[in-house]
Design a protein around this ligand. Structure first.
Ligand SMILES: [Zn+2]
Length: 292
């Protein structure tokens, strides 16, 4: 491939980010702005095109190899279409690859954002040197990517590894996507905050109330992690529950894919052992002996 630079785009429900990188993956420039999904895809895509032009202005467009787009899933990576992402409810069946190709006349690649994160961990991060890895991102939602024999696992028409929508509790709460008992509904950052608020509303005492000065609408996963780190029993129980649900999903994934490594990323992974310990416990208790 000719060219010296690549443009990377990350489209999420809250913001989209654009970066210019060299062939070794070093970031040379980056920018971010709100996606504003409530305005529909038209204005968001126009602002995205403007942001791409702006970030590319420091180099000649001829030197750019192409644009790699990671988008909130599910997407059709072959056609480059954003399908029905729960975090971008107005962006239905958006042919973004075609629109960007028309605008910039250079190659465009699109993948589910968590799939690209898995590739990133495989090439540059915690999964370097591993042929088989599973990456799970736990933040506002939960996503994932699977590398098998050094290649990203893809579906026939839709990006795969929607790990957040594995059923881990048939009687659990309804997920963002409308399905019941999905992992995202019981272990995402959003779910961690919700479960803490539910417990406090039911009368359990917790340092979380003090941390948000009594305003429970301000509780986030970070608040729960902070309280759990201070020894708060209610917050620790919530983290244990979320980690156990993640562990149940990880056990199934290990049985199916037998990976060399499972990588937990995303904002909630900053909780460290508070979330990793319960995952390890479930693996010890429930995985088949040869898979532990
Ligand atoms: Zn779901």
């Amino acid at each position: 491939m000719n060219g010296l630079f690549v443009i990377a785009v990350d489209i999420g429900g809250t913001s989209f980010r654009v970066a210019l990188a060299d062939r070794e993956g070093r970031l040379l420039a980056r920018s971010a702005e709100p996606t504003r999904p409530q305005e529909g895809p038209g204005s968001g895509i126009q602002r995205l095109k403007d942001a791409i032009r702006k970030i590319a202005s420091s180099v000649s467009f001829k030197e750019i190899i192409g644009i790699a787009v990671g988008a909130a899933g599910p997407v059709n990576p072959q056609k480059g279409v954003i399908l029905t992402p729960p975090s971008l409810p107005t962006w239905r069946d958006v042919p973004l690859k075609e629109q960007l190709e028309e605008e910039f006349q250079i190659p465009i690649w699109m993948e589910n954002d968590a799939d690209l994160a898995a590739l990133g961990e495989h090439r540059f991060g915690a999964g370097r040197g591993c042929d088989r890895l599973i990456y799970i991102t736990v933040s506002t939602g939960i996503g994932g990517g699977i590398i098998i024999n050094g290649q990203l696992l893809r579906g026939s028409s839709v990006s795969v590894a929607e790990i957040g929508h594995m059923v881990v509790n048939p009687d659990g709460p309804v997920c963002n996507c409308g399905g019941r008992g999905h992992l995202e509904a019981v272990a995402s950052g959003t779910a961690i905050a919700r479960m803490a608020v539910e417990r406090i509303s039911q009368g359990q005492s917790s340092a979380i109330s003090r941390l948000v000065r009594g305003d429970l609408s301000m509780v986030t996963a970070e608040t729960v992690v902070e309280a759990a780190g201070q020894g708060d029993v209610t917050a620790q129980a919530v983290m244990q529950k979320a980690g156990t649900s993640l562990g149940i999903a990880v056990v199934s994934l290990i049985h199916i894919f037998d990976p060399e490594v499972v990588i937990i990323g995303g904002g909630v992974s900053n909780a460290g052992e508070l979330i990793l310990n319960p995952i390890r416990e479930v693996i010890t208790q429930r995985a088949m002996p040869d898979f532990k």
